[in-house]
Design a protein around this ligand. Structure first.
Ligand code: CP
Ligand code: NVA
Length: 317
């Protein structure tokens, strides 16, 4: 990346070439307390976060993470600002760019965060759209990296949704084979699959889709699921019927490696996509994923908002 070029994160493959270093840096933020205390790459900067949908993890992890990096976090809830009422995305982006050094945006349609990034003059981070959730996948691949050697592929059981899209892209970028099972008609976006396959050509990883959950999880090292009906799809409750057989329960996980890791972006709907017995088991790393949201986003913010510091300190690794 050119030093002076504005860089956005709309999907995780926007930063694919530096993703391994970004994850290493996140692990360093998490484990190296001295580095963590002394290094303030966002000092004097303000990061605004716009939310059109509810959030627990994303909101708290951005607020605390920006503070740890020496910056000022601002949370902008859609009902409290002019966006969507009397002001367009473009005008909002232009105005906020005069105050802020970075903007995160959780929106419904992905085109909205694309438009915000197009018109903002500061870096824009997608904090979840209907198509992508890149911050989640950075934290997830960090958690998988922390596991050390993963003895099998990453499997996905559930909807072909935003979380799967970035898990696919990031998973193959880090050399993991990914096998996903979705109900018929709920497969991931074809353009995202094509992008993942292209990345996989370079890393030697594979992307396999099926409609059979048992096939996806057989011999898996990781089993990942998410809610069946995402935010913004509440009117599509008829989707539930298609997920018969897709619950991640004790029987389904018995097909995986015995030391498989169970993953979920949270919030979980216990008793729907996953049983208590699985999410509360010793195999579950869901709380590590949640914590890693903060460390991964701190690394992403450093990379996107202070690339000079990134380049200087990268030499130390
Ligand atoms: N996983 C995730 O993005 O959680 P929140 O909706 O609570 O931010
Ligand atoms: N797929 C879910 C993820 C929530 C973090 C949603 O979009 O609602």
């Amino acid at each position: 990346m050119n030093d002076n070029e504005k860089k956005d994160l709309l999907a995780i493959d926007d930063i694919v070439e530096d993703l391994p270093d970004i994850i290493d840096w996140a692990i360093r933020y998490k484990n190296d307390t001295d580095f963590n205390l002394d290094f303030k790459p966002l000092e004097g900067m303000s990061i605004g976060s716009i939310y059109e949908k509810p959030s627990t993890r994303t909101r708290v992890s951005f607020e605390v993470g920006v503070h740890k990096l020496g910056g000022q976090p601002l949370t902008l809830l859609k009902n409290d600002i002019q966006l969507g009422k009397s002001e367009s995305i473009g005008d909002t982006a232009a105005v906020l760019s005069r105050f802020l050094d970075g903007i995160t945006y959780r929106c419904f349609g992905h085109a909205d965060v694309v438009e915000l990034a197009r018109t903002a003059t500061v870096p824009v981070i997608n904090a979840l759209s209907d198509l992508h959730h890149p911050c989640q996948s950075a934290a997830d691949l960090m958690a998988i990296t922390e596991l050390g050697d993963v003895p099998g592929h990453i499997s996905w059981v559930g909807d072909g949704n935003n979380v799967l899209h970035d898990l696919l892209l990031a998973g193959v970028a880090l050399g993991h084979d990914v096998k996903y099972a979705t109900p018929e008609g709920m497969e991931p976006n074809e353009q995202v699959i094509a992008r993942a396959r292209k990345i996989a050509e370079d890393t030697g990883a594979s992307v396999i889709g099926t409609n059979d959950p048992v096939e996806a999880v057989s011999d898996a090292g990781v089993i990942y699921t998410d809610i069946f009906v995402s935010m913004g799809e509440e009117h599509m409750s008829e989707k539930f019927a298609a997920f018969d057989g897709f619950q991640v329960n004790e029987e389904l996980v018995s097909h995986a490696q015995s030391d498989y890791a169970f993953m979920h972006c949270l919030p979980a709907h216990r008793g729907e996509e996953v049983t208590d017995g699985v999410i509360d088991s010793a195999n579950s790393i869901v709380l590590d994923q949640a914590e890693n949201r903060m460390w991964a986003q701190m690394s992403l913010l450093t990379y996107l908002c202070n690339f000079n510091a990134w380049q200087t300190y990268r030499e130390l690794f």
